[in-house]
Design a protein around this ligand. Structure first.
Ligand code: ADP
Ligand code: MG
Length: 320
């Protein structure tokens, strides 16, 4: 029997920027069971990082959220600052997008891995933190002598492993990885993905893995959720969704094979012409209709809800 470590209900997130309101996430709901892995995909600007950051309340001040998020049985939006501190790192930890630049250049890797253990008092002494950081380095496939290395002495793949070790430092139940392999070359990307798959096998770690590359997700995710213009437009078991997409947007994403390391394919991983709409200027009806090869008249007026399309799958398209 598995229960949700995370439950998201009708979550809406609106940034309050100088240029006006930005409705970046619009009514997203999903549950994540203990030990389950959810892959979140979609082009740049569809709201993936906003959603990820909101799950540990890491959004800029002034951002307006509505809906419900329950993490390990606790109401996220009702948590006190102390309660929130306890949840971050120990219940849920995040490896940020662009995290290769997130390490402090003037501190050793080991010190940065020990820090969350001290802040969250998950260890009784610095000796214990050192023992645990050696174990964590071993777990992520790094040699213990790299604990004394500074970030500039590490390769991109090694730095990404340090960040994963840091995220695991307080033994979280949930790991959120926001495009952790995007900046890495093909070989290193494969190694980091294998590492994440191994970590999941060893423990009951729940995972949210974000990328714009659907094929990557089939290796690490049990379930896929595809985002477009701030909403989930399709979700279901990952192989089913990848091999037999129902939403025209997912079909376009699944048909495209991004060239790793090519910034152009990162920007337009779908092979579709044009860009997703900006949140402040959504088209009427289905936000995908201007790019959809199958769009009909009704698509210009109706924004479809996510509905069951059978066998644990859901899609938001009037044609399905
Ligand atoms: P993704 O991770 O899918 O690329 P993001 O969640 O980063 O998408 O962004 C979703 C939308 O929110 C984009 O239009 C982006 O420009 C906007 N956005 C992101 N962060 C902010 C912010 N701090 N203030 C205002 N708008 C933002
Ligand atoms: Mg992002």
């Amino acid at each position: 029997m598995s229960w949700p470590v995370l439950s998201v209900k009708d979550l809406t997130i609106t940034y309050n920027s100088s240029a006006g309101l930005v409705p970046a996430v619009r009514g997203v709901s999903f549950d994540l069971a203990v030990g389950e892995s959810l892959g979140l995909a979609g082009e740049s600007g569809c709201g993936k990082s906003t959603l990820a950051n909101s799950l540990l309340r890491l959004l800029p001040e002034g951002t307006v959220t509505s809906g419900e998020v329950t993490i390990d049985g606790q109401d996220l939006f009702a948590l006190s600052p102390g309660g929130l501190r306890a949840v971050r790192w120990t219940t849920g930890a995040i490896v940020f997008q662009g995290a290769l630049h997130a390490l402090n250049p003037v501190q050793t890797a080991g010190r940065q891995v020990r820090e969350p253990m001290h802040v969250h008092e998950t260890v009784a002494s610095d000796d214990e933190a050192r023992v645990r950081s050696r174990q964590l380095f071993e777990r992520v496939g790094l040699s213990a002598n790299l604990l004394e290395a500074y970030p500039h002495q590490l390769s991109g793949g090694q730095r990404q492993r340090v960040l994963i070790a840091m995220a695991l430092a307080c033994d979280p139940q949930l790991l959120i990885a926001d495009e952790p392999t995007t900046a890495l070359d093909l070989m290193v990307q494969a190694q980091v993905l294998a590492l994440i798959a191994e970590l999941r096998e060893e423990s009951s770690l729940s995972l949210i893995f974000i990328t714009h590359d659907l094929s990557v997700l089939t290796c690490v995710a049990d379930r896929l959720a595809i985002m477009y213009a701030g909403r989930i437009v399709e979700q279901g078991p990952s192989m089913d969704v990848f091999q037999n997409a129902t939403h025209p947007y997912t079909k376009a994403l699944a048909a495209a094979f991004p060239t790793i390391g090519d910034p152009a394919s990162r920007k337009a991983p779908s092979g579709l012409a044009g860009d997703p709409p900006t949140p402040g200027a959504l088209p009427s009806g289905c936000p995908f209709h201007p790019r959809c090869p199958l769009a009909e008249d009704r698509c210009r007026t109706i924004e479809p809800d996510l509905r069951s399309s059978g066998q644990g799958r859901e899609a938001a398209c009037v044609l399905i």
